[in-house]
Design a protein around this ligand. Structure first.
Ligand SMILES: Nc1nc2c(c(=O)[nH]1)N[C@H]1C(S)=C(S)[C@@H](COP(=O)(O)OP(=O)(O)OC[C@H]3O[C@@H](n4cnc5c(=O)[nH]c(N)nc54)[C@H](O)[C@@H]3O)O[C@H]1N2
Ligand SMILES: Nc1nc2c(c(=O)[nH]1)N[C@H]1C(S)=C(S)[C@@H](COP(=O)(O)OP(=O)(O)OC[C@H]3O[C@@H](n4cnc5c(=O)[nH]c(N)nc54)[C@H](O)[C@@H]3O)O[C@H]1N2
Ligand code: SF4
Ligand SMILES: [Mo]
Length: 709
């Protein structure tokens, strides 16, 4: 029997990337049937990309996990089990592990999608804290770690991101980012490409990248040797200081350390530095002059400077470049924003206060280097990891040496994963617990609202109830905690009116105490008002408060710090690095518009025709005798893969590019059929091979050899 046919259209927003585009979601008889753009959205104004539209395939995917699963045999073999049975057993096994070896033998890994779900990171940290564990891993060390550390050293708080105020910007330098594909990571601006077009029409957009990317093709491209930007940025700063293009009065007033920075950079041999990054010196100098001379400007960077040999120094120098030219806090320049909920004010685990168990590396924001997860499980002794929660993540694919991690996961006494799919990581779990997609839960865009040139806040109810037996991650943690007699994951947000707050209730508490909360009187923003009055989002400010950026400088002396012992050490390491200008082929990554890290490959319409290739330059192909379309053997110090070659002058000579996120063997059947390899098998999980000040693993600029297969 079926009830009367129903059809409804819901206003919501996409939670796949920081653009957070407004969506219009059609639901027929309880099933999501179509996702289109929300033309009335206050910021995206009808923009969305193909991934947002194809979320319909993920929600309805026949390969989705819709009941709790318990491991029944070899990796990947599971049998359905009831929620009660799963949760009872997980709670009992957790209790046993904690009784034997303490809370710190339990660890968590939180993946990328969690940063788009309301209070999700807080839920997991609350849960882990209640277990007595501080063992936190996540995607950080493949992603923003260098930026966070540079922010902490420069501004005193690793959590508040600096970003370009695209609105009034006249000249933008983009180093190692591809916004045409990634949609301007860390900047919430769904119409970023239109903003970049407008900037290009004013003074220009210059893209520094070893590949002629989709973004580089649209603007000015400055090709650079992979993993050598540090030289280029250092030279730009050297030029600016040498030619007096810096704002000395401002630097004296608001910063410390600029003279030390100037003299250290002054000592760099300019010709040698230009040779190291393979950019003609006169081009570097003229770029520096253009940057310093523009009315407004910003220098933005993302992953391309975040995972090489000098990511922290590179990111520090990029902050400095923006600061010494007076861009920080300038409308149209380099800014820090603020949303209606301020999650970023407390630096709970300052750099230097915690160190990793293995290698004694300083933790960034209390997060252990994800690349050491396998060794943390395999190395006996106090704090050896014996139980692991993997939530919204796939570290077997996203971190180095997934083969070793997969083996290590099999040694765990308890591994629990909360996910939509059986992926390459959780196929090794004891339990996989089915999570809800973003269309099946309520969310507020509380985290990214602050990082927007045109700030907005939006709330969405669930569009449909969770499919099958899927549950919110919060409910899962709360249920386990309850069984163990522990407080709920967000208990610290409890109020007399709401003794057991969930994510939205906790967000409501923070909304009320924020700047646009009770203090705003009649204009107070509440979840109810956002739902009822502002379904297409609410612009709580016309533009980001650029000048207000200065209020977020968190060093005790109130100044921007442009020099530190760490920076001096890293610069000395760079200057002593004979390999810096080396001749070996270097491997770096890229992304595809139709894919999202490791997990959207199961959609037929997104993965159709997807054949990941190793892009190499015609000069290298000729030298190595490699034909376009041939299989080649790529070898690094840690492994060897057979990859499909694409000969193209998109990439600079001496380099090769291959996307990450492939090499599937999960429960996603179509994804398993894509002929791509897990490129991170070529990356090293040996701590000695990483940047020591941060624990960032080398993912871009891996030395490789290529031969015909
Ligand atoms: N070589 C190389 N490696 C890289 C990168 C690179 O550029 N090059 N990029 C790095 C970066 S920037 C990142 S962020 C990482 C990503 O790495 P991870 O965060 O470890 O993994 P993802 O591939 O994002 O996988 C996310 C998982 O979450 C699940 N999921 C999706 N939505 C939800 C949800 O709402 N709830 C739950 N519970 N689960 C959900 C998906 O099914 C999938 O299994 O990869 C990193 N690895
Ligand atoms: N379509 C799509 N969008 C995404 C994602 C996705 O997987 N697909 N992932 C999301 C996530 S998790 C993130 S973190 C963001 C990332 O956002 P971006 O950082 O913009 O993403 P990438 O495309 O990896 O861009 C990195 C760029 O750095 C370049 N690069 C590599 N090595 C070097 C180097 O040594 N020097 C320089 N100058 N450049 C270098 C690469 O060629 C590439 O163009 O994108 C998000 N958006
Ligand atoms: S750009 Fe695409 S993936 Fe990102 S929020 Fe918009 S629709 Fe979603
Ligand atoms: Mo990321």
């Amino acid at each position: 029997m079926t009830g009367p046919a129903s059809f409804s259209v819901h206003t919501s927003f996409c939670r796949l990337c920081e653009a957070l585009c407004g969506l219009e979601v059609e639901v027929r008889n309880g099933t999501v049937t179509r996702i289109g753009p929300d033309r009335a959205h206050v910021v995206s104004e009808g923009h969305m990309c193909v991934k947002g539209a194809r979320m319909v395939d993920v929600v309805n995917d026949p390969d989705r996990v819709l009941t709790p699963l318990r491991r029944s045999g070899a990796p990947g073999e599971f049998a359905p089990v009831s929620w009660d049975e799963a949760l009872d057993n997980i709670a009992a096994r957790l209790q046993a592990v904690i009784a034997q070896t303490g809370g710190n033998s339990v660890a968590s890994y939180l993946g990328n999608p969690a940063s788009f779900a309301t209070m999700h990171p807080a839920c997991l940290s609350g849960f882990m804290a209640s277990l007595g564990s501080r063992r936190k891993f996540n995607a950080l060390h493949t992603d923003t770690a260098a930026k966070n550390l540079a922010l902490e050293l420069t501004y005193g708080n690793p959590y508040r991101f600096t970003f370009p105020d695209l609105e009034g910007c006249d000249f933008l330098i983009v180093i190692g980012a591809n916004p045409a594909v990634s949609h301007m990571s860390l900047v919430s601006e769904p119409r970023a490409m239109q903003k970049l077009d407008a900037i290009a029409a004013r003074r220009g957009v210059v893209v520094i990248d070893p590949r002629r990317t989709e973004t580089a093709r649209r603007y000015e491209h400055l090709p650079v040797r992979p993993d050598s930007d540090v030289w280029l940025v250092a030279l730009m700063l050297q030029t600016i200081f040498a030619e007096g293009l810096h704002d000395e009065a401002m630097l004296e007033r608001t910063t410390i350390g600029w003279r030390e920075l100037r003299s250290a950079l002054g000592a760099i041999d300019a010709e040698a530095a230009a040779a190291a990054c393979n950019v003609p010196l006169d081009q570097v100098r003229s770029l520096a002059r253009r940057f310093a001379g523009a009315r407004t400007a910003a220098c933005y960077t993302r992953l391309g400077t975040g995972r090489g040999r000098y990511p922290t120094l590179t990111n520090l120098l990029i902050e400095a470049l923006n600061i010494v030219t007076g861009r920080f806090g300038q409308p149209g320049g380099w800014v820090i924003g603020q949303g209606p909920i301020d999650l970023m004010s407390h630096n709970t685990n300052p750099y230097g206060s915690m160190h990793s168990r293995l290698g004694n590396l300083p933790l960034i924001m209390g997060t252990a280097p994800g690349g050491s997860l396998a060794n943390e499980i395999l190395t006996p002794g106090d704090g050896q990891i014996r139980a692991l929660f993997v939530d919204s993540g796939n570290p077997v694919i996203s971190y180095p040496r997934g083969d070793r991690l997969a083996e290590a996961l099999e040694q765990l006494e308890l591994m629990v994963s909360l996910d939509l799919y059986v992926n390459e990581t959780n196929r090794h779990a004891h339990y996989i617990l089915p999570a809800a997609t973003f269309l099946e839960r309520a969310d507020l865009n509380e985290l990214w609202g602050a990082n927007a040139p045109r700030p907005w806040i939006q709330y969405s109810d669930p569009v449909i109830p969770p499919r099958g037996e899927a549950r919110l991650e919060f409910d899962v943690y709360a249920a386990i905690a309850r069984r163990m007699g522990l407080p709920g994951p967000l208990a610290h947000f409890a109020t007399p009116a709401c003794p057991e707050p969930g994510p939205i209730e906790a967000a409501a508490v923070l909304l009320r105490t924020g700047k646009w909360g009770a203090a705003a009187g009649e204009d107070e923003l509440t979840i109810d008002r956002l739902r009822d009055e502002f379904p297409h989002g609410m612009r709580f400010r016309d533009s980001v408060d650029a000048a207000g950026s200065h209020a977020f400088v968190a060093h005790a002396d109130g100044r921007l710090h442009l020099w530190s012992e760490l920076q001096a050490g890293e610069l000395n390491r760079l200057l002593a690095d004979k390999a810096a200008a080396g001749e070996q082929m270097r491997l770096f990554g890229r992304r595809r518009l139709q894919a999202l890290n490791s997990w959207m490959h199961n959609s037929e319409r997104l993965s159709r025709g997807d054949r990941p290739t190793l892009q190499i330059h015609p000069d290298d192909a000729a030298r190595l005798n490699i034909a376009d379309g041939a299989m080649v053997r790529v070898t690094s110090s840690t492994g060897s893969l057979s990859l499909l070659a694409e000969v193209t002058d998109q990439v600079v000579p001496g380099s090769a590019s291959y996307p990450h996120g492939y090499g599937h063997e999960g429960g996603w059947q179509r994804a398993n059929g894509i002929a791509g390899a897990n490129i991170n098998l070529l990356a090293s999980d040996d701590i000695a091979d990483w940047e020591q000040v941060s624990g960032i693993c080398l993912l871009d600029g891996i030395p490789i050899c290529i031969e015909t297969a």
